[in-house]
Design a protein around this ligand. Sequence first.
Ligand SMILES: *[C@@H]1O[C@H](CO)[C@@H](O)[C@H](O)[C@H]1NC(C)=O
Ligand SMILES: *[C@@H]1O[C@H](CO)[C@@H](O)[C@H](O)[C@H]1NC(C)=O
Ligand SMILES: *[C@@H]1O[C@H](CO)[C@@H](O)[C@H](O)[C@H]1NC(C)=O
Ligand SMILES: *[C@@H]1O[C@H](CO)[C@@H](O)[C@H](O)[C@H]1NC(C)=O
Ligand SMILES: [Zn+2]
Length: 245
Amino acid sequence: MWIWRALILLQLVNGVLGWGKEGHFAICKIAEGYLTEDALAAVKELLPDSAEGDLANVCSWADEVRFHMRWSSPLHYVDTPDFMCNYKYCRDCHDSVGRKNRCVTGAIYNYTMQLKSGYQDSISVEKYNLTEALMFLSHFIGDVHQPLHVGFIGDEGGNTITVRWYRRKTNLHHVWDTMIIDSALKTYYDSDIAVMIQSIQRNITDGWSNDVSSWENCANNQTVCPNGYAHSIQFPLHCCVDSSG
Ligand SMILES: *[C@@H]1O[C@H](CO)[C@@H](O)[C@H](O)[C@H]1NC(C)=O
Ligand SMILES: *[C@@H]1O[C@H](CO)[C@@H](O)[C@H](O)[C@H]1NC(C)=O
Ligand SMILES: *[C@@H]1O[C@H](CO)[C@@H](O)[C@H](O)[C@H]1NC(C)=O
Ligand SMILES: *[C@@H]1O[C@H](CO)[C@@H](O)[C@H](O)[C@H]1NC(C)=O
Ligand SMILES: [Zn+2]
């Protein structure tokens, strides 16, 4: 009996996480290639031992801790009212009891601010755990780009929509997090994540190279612009956001 419960629980747990482990690993592995020498040095300085010198190894840490750091759970997504296809920071960035800024875009502002201030004064270094800030930030930047992490409240970002993926019954959120990637890995990349990453990197240098500068820089000299990631249509930034999140 208990084993079924454990299995069901695992399924549920799986369903609400962000991109699966492979997705977050690939995202961070690719991102590392775009760090400047200084940024890479700063990242290495902050990495915990468990990372073994590679940011990609700790990019799923935020999912692993979300059940004992329960407060961090709402920081993985931002949902809009049902059938509203226009994400708005002020309206949407809150948790289920209405606390402001407790969503993925709010968290991206928060951890960016912590890391930035950590390099401006030593007080911040004591005030914040910048190792955690780095691990949260690199995870949430991945999550905000998963379309169903900016979904509808009513279906919990696709978690309550049952679908079939090939022969398996699952939910729409999980298909996006994990199953598309798993199937692609098996079908096209011989189940080798390194080969898939290389293929994406090749596409970035070939077809998508014009987009790279827009990934590296935000408009108006902002350090980070998560609203743009959450919304495919650009809308006036700043609404009620102050950059301290
Ligand atoms: C900002 O980071 C701190 C430290 O991890 C955390 O306690 C707080 O809940 C975060 N707030 C948001 C909106 O992410
Ligand atoms: C910072 O966070 C990491 C990961 O949770 C933890 O291992 C480390 O002990 C923390 N550092 C401090 C100074 O609390
Ligand atoms: C790379 O681009 C090609 C051509 O557009 C596409 O067929 C392929 O699926 C892309 N690979 C990845 C990993 O996105
Ligand atoms: C961006 O910042 C640079 C350096 O601080 C400044 O010279 C420039 O005018 C700023 N541009 C805008 C659009 O604010
Ligand atoms: Zn997540």
